[in-house]
Design a protein around this ligand. Structure first.
Ligand SMILES: O=C([O-])CC(=O)C(=O)O
Ligand SMILES: [Mg+2]
Length: 389
């Protein structure tokens, strides 16, 4: 097979919501399509990629650095010599030629977006659902999971949505089949955040859990003050209390907060994760790691993160990626993660899973179609086709 064309674009995912540090009024994502000469069922095979919410589109880096390297590489360098199928790990090495170490925030999203498209392509070329291809290459358990625990992330601050609106939103998630939910904190004074938390806890049925997310907003004294307050509640986790790179701040919190901490969505490389693992005092049986594959160079980098964590005693069950999209679900099933995030109400059409696999009792089943599965999300599929064909 040969790549014939790589097209890219930008799509808006703007909304009126806000977390403790940003609003999403101008949020965009990069989208990529990799076109090939391989024909399956009469159609040329195309791989699609996009990235999660939270980082803006990376057009310049794709256009000026990443895509020219792939386009100009000798075609056989991009293939698995054994199967003749595209090898996303080899493509990623080509995409990263002439890049110095460090500076991961500069390009990790652009490479992660292309990486998603290459894995979609490779899985389609092999006629396999992506989670099965990933399991074959990286899995350690005998079989991939057939379904994955997901939780509903939302509870944003919204100008027209006081506590009744928040409660309506959370009830909607329970009605959709979710058991566990996450809301934002840190965008209001502590007393108001306590009211938001208590209102949600009051409506959750027994067995459902609530996580809270400060998006790295607090300095250490404020994070510790919140930690003391949050100890009153039996929360699922307390997410990004301080700046994602403040490893010693996490260590101080881990010493005093008895519940689970969660972080990692703003780390972009295995080197960053190694530093977190070494210096943040996180507790391997308790705390939760949320690195996001599409924001951090994609699958091969994630495998390196997991390898480092495993040799330090971390189980993949403690990993629960940020991002709420199909690559996370496929990776969670293949690598044996504890679960993955879901955004039932926000970041559409990029968030969410196949229409054929609704959430049941807090879990999502893996679809059987070859590839990542964007074809099973008709609105996303037509957006990608419209921009990239
Ligand atoms: O609000 C955001 O940027 C998204 C986020 O932190 C999450 O889903 O955990
Ligand atoms: Mg978060």
């Amino acid at each position: 097979m040969r790549i014939t064309r790589i097209t890219y674009g930008e799509a808006p995912i703007a909304s009126r919501i806000a977390n403790a540090v940003i609003d999403f009024s101008r949020m965009t994502v990069s989208i990529v399509a990799v076109h090939t000469d391989l024909v399956v069922d009469g159609e040329p095979v195309v791989g699609y990629g996009f990235h999660s919410n939270g980082r803006y589109a990376q057009s310049g880096i794709l256009a000026d650095r990443v895509l020219p390297r792939v386009r100009e590489a000798a075609p056989e360098r991009l293939l698995d010599p054994g199967t003749g199928v595209i090898d996303p790990v080899a493509v990623r090495a080509v995409a990263m030629e002439n890049e110095k170490p460090g500076g991961h925030g500069d390009r990790a999203v652009a490479v992660g977006t292309l990486d998603m498209a290459m894995w979609d392509l490779a899985a389609k070329a092999e006629g396999l659902p992506l989670y099965r291809l990933l399991h074959r290459r990286f899995g350690t358990a005998p079989e991939p999971a057939s379904s994955v625990w997901v939780y509903a992330a939302g509870g944003y601050y919204h100008p027209d949505k006081p506590i009744e609106g928040l409660c309506r939103e959370i009830r909607g998630y329970l009605d959709l089949g979710y058991r566990d939910v996450k809301i934002k904190i840190g965008g209001a004074p502590l007393a108001e955040d306590r009211r938001r938390i208590e209102a949600v806890l009051d409506l959750l049925p027994a067995g459902s859990r609530l996580a809270v997310d400060a998006n790295g907003r607090f300095d250490l004294p404020t994070a510790l003050e919140y930690a003391r307050a949050l100890t009153d509640y039996d929360l699922m986790w307390y997410e990004e209390p301080v700046d994602p790179l403040d490893y010693l701040g996490h260590a101080a919190l881990a010493e005093s907060y008895p519940g689970a901490l969660a972080t990692g969505e703003n780390l972009f490389s295995a080197a960053d994760v190694r530093n977190l693992r070494r210096h943040a005092g996180l507790r391997p049986g308790l705390d939760v790691l949320q690195m996001d594959p599409s924001l951090s160079y994609g699958v091969a980098e994630y495998a390196a993160m997991l390898g480092d964590l495993a040799q330090a005693g971390w189980s993949p069950r403690q990993v629960c990626p940020h991002g709420g999209n199909q690559i996370n679900l496929a990776m969670a099933a293949a690598f044996g993660f504890g679960g993955c995030e879901s955004y039932p109400e926000v970041f559409q059409p990029f968030g969410g899973f196949a229409e054929s696999t609704p959430v049941r009792d807090g879990r999502v089943a893996l679809p059987d179609a070859p590839g990542l599965g964007v074809e099973l999300k008709p609105v996303l599929h037509s957006l990608l086709r419209e921009h990239l064909h």
